[in-house]
Design a protein around this ligand. Sequence first.
Ligand SMILES: *Cc1c(COP(=O)(O)O)cnc(C)c1O
Length: 374
Amino acid sequence: MPRLYLSPPDVGSAEVEFVLETFESNWIAPVGPQLDAFEREFADLVGSRHAVAVSSGTAALHLALRLAGVGPGDEVLCSTLTFIASAAPINYLGAKPVFIDSEARSWNMDPALACEVIERKAKAGRAPKALVLVHLYGQSADIAPIKACCERHGVKLIEDAAEALGASYGETSPGSHGLFGIHSFNGNKIITTSGGGMLVTDDAALAQQARFLATQARDPAPHYQHSTIGYNYRLSNVSAAIGRGQLLRLAGKVTRRRDHYRAYRKAFAGLAGVEMQPEAAWGQSTHWLSCLTVDPAVAGATAEDVRLALEKLDIEARPLWKPLHLQPVFAGAESHGGQVAERLFAQGLCLPSGSGMSEEDRDRVIAGVKSVLR
Ligand SMILES: *Cc1c(COP(=O)(O)O)cnc(C)c1O
């Protein structure tokens, strides 16, 4: 039996059709009609006015932070329980990440704690410049109280929705509330362009500046002239063509991932000491990855025992993100709280969740988990 991966690409024939169009029209470039169409379709889908397609989610976040005015010495609040890419661009700009713990309800940034930190810093006359809010594993954070606190103190809100395309927050999309939202089309995400990302914003001038910075910051002149340093961050027209095909089946892909989550939850409901990531009342998660925690004191086994048992069956499972405040590269960085994220990291495991995974394969995972936990 082939190895079962956590979240492999799930690509169909529409993608091939769109890619063929790029070859037939010879738009094999970082500009072109597929790119324009992908941006328009994406913006409509998530309910943002503008979308700028770039080479990765990390690049999108780098542009967002720079356009939010983040520079050397500035402080930027960031969820601690997340992938390194949520915070690395803070360092690209010479700014300082300040890590905020999760809340148990959603595993996302604790709104009360975040606001407490913002208020204390604002009172001391040094409000953070920006806040990167992650929507973990497709579950949207509790955006409203964080946004309100940011607005009161002039903190620019940037949403990392890399795992949350197709999720909801009330009637809206996570990623459409901040000054900027970012998305990822890496090979393991909900949709893929083989690699790519999107920056979304309601501000036309900021979207235009993002395109300018993403294409080497060329001033409007017939010759090559530059007044600031930019980046080579644009997505290619070919990649955008893949993205358009993927976008057509987004709803079905999200439904599939949610089905996996529901099946796992049902199968593990009777297992002592085992909990799935909770789904918060304020919106539907994509369940990009279905994650559970194992309390060893109750379960009599650890999440690592489960991971090793699955590995023996050639099934990939992984611990949750290691909190960034525990990462060697961020040793000495300021952080607040951390116990919730640390417990989730110690006890958590992500299970195979791809939208292309069959029910038979899912049953293999369930049987593997149940071979360790009873
Ligand atoms: C994948 C991911 C990113 C970065 O996306 P890339 O396209 O791989 O650069 C950022 N944040 C989170 C939370 C992610 O999961």
